[in-house]
Design a binder for this molecule. Structure first.
Ligand code: PLP
Length: 394
């Protein structure tokens, strides 16, 4: 086996992880790894969480898939739970973050064109953002590398610099439908958006009568210390999206929106075969019950403050470490150069982390990570980053 039958779209690490439990993964030689990437913010409850596993197994014994042409009781319950625990009033289930964002863009366009009778379609996004790999979402993404070789791109997107309200204002015109952003630009380098800018932007959207869409695909489901990151800012988006942590490892996504958007998605206007199937819904329901019901976002906030405190203490004085930043358990360590080699060394020493852009080490432990596990991870991180400064000074 070599993977030669696959497209070479991923520069894969030379490692096959075949078993997982809690914060730990094992490769096919039996070597154990501490997982501080969580499948990229997916396994927020750790690997093979008992409650989700039980819900999935119970559903496997009932029915796996029925068409959305029928009522799906588990899907209705999952949506009700999300509505109970968030500012959203209506939910559409799909299968991925890109599909959720694509759907959010469609919802914004359709709201104006069908409900308001205005020919608005344009979406304003930000430099360094990441919104997915479909044609519309890669066009929305404020990074050129995802667009190379895929021209022509769809119309109706404009990208402006972050934290520049005047640029947003200038970009708003007769055709603007919405502003879309992540509250922490995760793939872009773990760049938190300043609260003041978030407030100003939310107010600007309201004043101009356009929609605010938040991409919470990575920041959602307890990751930042709140169920959804926008709760930190006291604002309510018109539309927000979820995916990654929503299914604990089962592929799901969701568009969540306020009441006024409901009538934009009339029967037949939007659909997806696998969205909210009985299996997917059982997993989403159990995941929301665990994270929201048990207030695991509070637990994540506690773990985050311990982890960032330890990082600040143990990395203090390391000249190669430029900044430690983030929100909750979405943390970036910005370094003085490319981090791929230090990440490889950490992996060899049994710690899995992931880059965010070339110079940032990104940490995404699960929400239940223990202080002992944090101590182990910080020990490896500080040792490897210290050795890096020694190599550099030679
Ligand atoms: C991962 C991610 C996406 C894309 O999600 P997929 O499930 O890979 O399509 C979109 N937006 C953000 C902020 C993400 O982190």
């Amino acid at each position: 086996m070599s993977g030669e039958a696959l497209f070479p779209t991923y520069a894969r690490y030379p490692l096959a992880l075949v078993k997982g439990e809690g914060s730990w993964l094992w490769d096919d030689t039996g070597k154990k790894y501490l997982d501080f990437m969580s499948g990229l913010a997916v396994t927020n409850l750790g690997h093979a969480p008992q409650a989700i596993k039980e819900a999935l197994i119970a559903q496997l014994d009932q029915v796996w898939h029925v068409s959305n042409l029928f009522r799906i009781p588990g899907q209705e319950e999952a949506a009700e739970l999300l509505v109970q625990h968030t500012c959203a009033d209506a939910v559409f289930f799909c299968n991925s973050g890109a599909e959720a964002n694509e759907g959010a863009i469609k919802l914004a366009r359709r709201y104006f064109q069908k409900v308001k009778g205005e020919h608005r379609y344009e979406i304003i996004t930000f430099n360094q953002s990441f919104h997915g790999r479909t044609l519309a979402t890669l066009t929305a993404t404020g990074q050129d590398k995802v667009k190379e070789g895929f021209l022509p791109l769809p119309e109706g997107f404009v990208t402006v610099p972050m934290h520049d309200l005047a640029a947003v204002e200038n970009a708003i015109g007769d055709h603007t439908a919405a502003v879309m952003l992540e509250l922490v630009q995760a793939e872009g380098g773990v760049l938190p958006v300043k609260p003041e800018f978030v407030h100003d932007l939310s107010k600007l959207c309201r004043d101009k009568g356009i929609l605010l869409i938040l991409d919470e695909v990575q920041t959602g489901m307890g990751r930042t210390g709140k169920l959804f990151a926008h709760e930190h800012y006291g604002i309510q988006p018109d539309i927000f999206t979820a995916a990654k942590g929503l299914g604990s490892g089962f592929p799901v996504g969701a568009i969540l929106a306020k009441e006024h958007l409901r009538e934009a998605f009339t029967p037949g206007s939007h659909a997806t075969t696998f969205g909210g199937t009985p299996l997917a819904s059982a997993v989403v329901k159990a995941t929301v019950q665990e994270i929201a019901g048990k207030r695991l976002s509070d637990r994540a906030a506690g773990a985050a403050s311990y982890l960032t405190g330890q990082l600040r203490e143990k990395l203090a004085g390391n000249p190669w470490v430029k900044q430690i930043r983030g929100l909750g358990l979405l943390i970036g360590i910005e370094c003085g150069g490319p981090v791929s080699d230090v990440i490889a060394t950490m992996r060899e020493r049994g710690l899995l982390v992931v880059p965010a852009g070339p110079n940032v080490v990104r940490l995404l432990p699960n929400l239940l990570v223990s202080n002992e596990e944090i101590d182990q991870a910080v020990g490896i991180i500080s040792a490897v980053l210290k050795e890096k400064t020694v190599t550099l000074s030679k």
